[in-house]
Design a protein around this ligand. Structure first.
Ligand code: ADP
Ligand code: MG
Length: 224
């Protein structure tokens, strides 16, 4: 890591605890890296949505976050901004959602040096395989991810710092139970976990499976 970047990270980290969430009016008020700020501006994202404003700082502070806000409220950026350059595994229930997250990541993250991988069905397996050792953000569907964990020795999650479940209630429901349990077993126990969905997941069973620590609940309700 270059000296300048180290200094920037230290300066940003020092701000995490002091930022007043209520006073955030634009993304520029958030302690995000210059690379992320430039990516946001280039994509013409200026004002955070409520779920973004309420959850990103908590995530940056290192808390596990359970975020709930209706469809279309900007949950994708809510978790992508929390990563701000860190390694992550993002699980989402469908190929279409995985592709959308990947596109947002590539757009907002264009000034970062990370590489992102998309693990969904219907793509050429060998291509994915060769690249997995250099990828630090992986986005995938439960079935495909588990397939890679089983089949591919290069696919280790040791660099995983953050686990994200997008549409968490759907990822954790019965249809993906076997895959999700097996994936979670393969992950390092010390990690941060971010769960986002349209409705708040408070099922003790689910939270137990994910071994969340002191999670922060962020619910954004519609204002009539
Ligand atoms: P959700 O996952 O909550 O259904 P998305 O993350 O898919 O919502 O975002 C819905 C739409 O809102 C997308 O088109 C996205 O580009 C847009 N969007 C997200 N955050 C912002 C923002 N801060 N400012 C403007 N548009 C945004
Ligand atoms: Mg979404």
């Amino acid at each position: 890591l270059k000296e300048l970047e180290k200094r920037e990270i230290a300066q940003l980290t020092a701000r995490y605890d002091h930022v007043k969430i209520d006073e955030i009016q634009s993304f520029a008020d958030m302690p995000l890296s210059q690379k992320t700020q430039r990516g946001l501006a280039e994509c013409e994202y200026f004002v955070p949505t409520e779920i973004q404003r309420e959850s990103v700082i908590l995530g940056l502070r290192g808390f596990d976050v359970l975020g709930a806000a209706k469809t279309g409220s900007g949950k994708t950026l809510a978790f992508l901004l929390t990563l701000d350059g860190l390694g992550a595994l993002i699980i989402t229930p469908t190929r279409e959602l995985a592709v959308q997250i990947y596109q947002t990541l590539v757009n907002v993250g264009k000034f970062h040096d990370f590489s992102a991988g998309l693990l969904i069905g219907g793509k050429e397996l060998e291509f994915e395989k060769d690249r997995l050792d250099v990828i630090n953000i992986v986005i995938g569907t439960p079935g495909r991810l588990l397939h890679h964990m089983d089949q591919n020795p290069l696919f280790t999650c040791v660099n995983l710092q953050i686990l994200v479940l997008d549409e968490a209630d759907r990822c954790l429901d019965m249809g993906f139970e076997r895959e999700m349990n097996a994936i979670i077993e393969n992950l390092p126990p010390t990690r941060q976990t971010l769960l986002f969905s349209a409705t708040q997941t408070k099922k003790v069973k689910d939270l137990g499976r994910l071994s969340l620590k002191d999670p922060k609940y962020v619910s954004v309700h519609e204002h009539e």
